[in-house]
Design a protein around this ligand. Sequence first.
Ligand code: NAP
Length: 280
Amino acid sequence: MSKPIPEITLNDGVTLPVIGLGTYTLRGSEGVHAIVSAIEMGYRLLDSAYNYENEGTVGEAVRRSSVPREQLRIASKLPGRYHAYDKAVKAIQESLYRANLDYYDLYLIHWPNPKQDLYLEAWQALIDAKKWGLVRSIGVSNFLPEHIERLVKETGVKPSVNQIELHPFFNQAEQRKWHAANNIVTESWSPLARANDILQNDTLQKIANRHNKSVPQVILRWHYQLGAISIPKSSSPARQLENLSIFDFSLDETEMSMISGLTRPDGRIRNQDPAVYEEF
Ligand code: NAP
């Protein structure tokens, strides 16, 4: 097993490990095996979503693992079609029934869907779900500062986390700065940019060689040193372990800037700009 994973304390006192397992596409018995393997390897944070149709798979893996429920941090997300208050409350309850869990540690609004303009109602439902003990911490995903400012202005409740697209090709410098100034933790989705051409990148390869590490390990170390929680997805036990083994080396300032310098204005994987993109 690799070194223990450091933790971050959120603005509501809940703690999360700095690396978790992304679970998008992990479903059915193969998915259960992959998630159990990750838990046994040391992963304690699992990132799911109503729309991944795998909350049941995640819940089953939790029950089959040897780790007590309370030592895990399980997250899910509310889909856009259920933002209206009553629908949101029922969706959160349904999320729990699907996973056969009594509570989630973290529940996020998956996308703001600004044209639909119901994310404020969704936020009120998350606030109430927390009061009722259905979730321990509430946050958002893909929210721009203007969306979060509106939540805080209208409800007085700040999200603990904003999960956003973040990898070397899209480093989100401005948004991260804003989160830090507002005591909101940044969580990186697609932290490996889905591990396609990025694995062949010369700059990353050179840095990896220097440290005798792999390119994914260098990228995940970069996320950690930026102060962001990353949730790489892997179905392979060997790659799950590789992705956790990043606490025995560090990147210097020059290396950090070289990696951040790979960012491009069009660096998003699928051009999903939350100001206009909507997902239901
Ligand atoms: P990712 O974690 O950046 O990359 C996953 C891909 O990388 C998989 O194909 C995986 O293949 C491969 N991989 C993982 N580790 C590797 C390694 N060490 N070496 C080589 N290849 C490796 O992409 P992602 O799944 O899109 O993002 C991670 C998680 O973020 C998702 O699973 C989901 O939980 C979350 N997410 C959230 C949103 C949102 O809107 N909030 C959007 C997208 C994703 P193998 O499985 O074969 O190892």
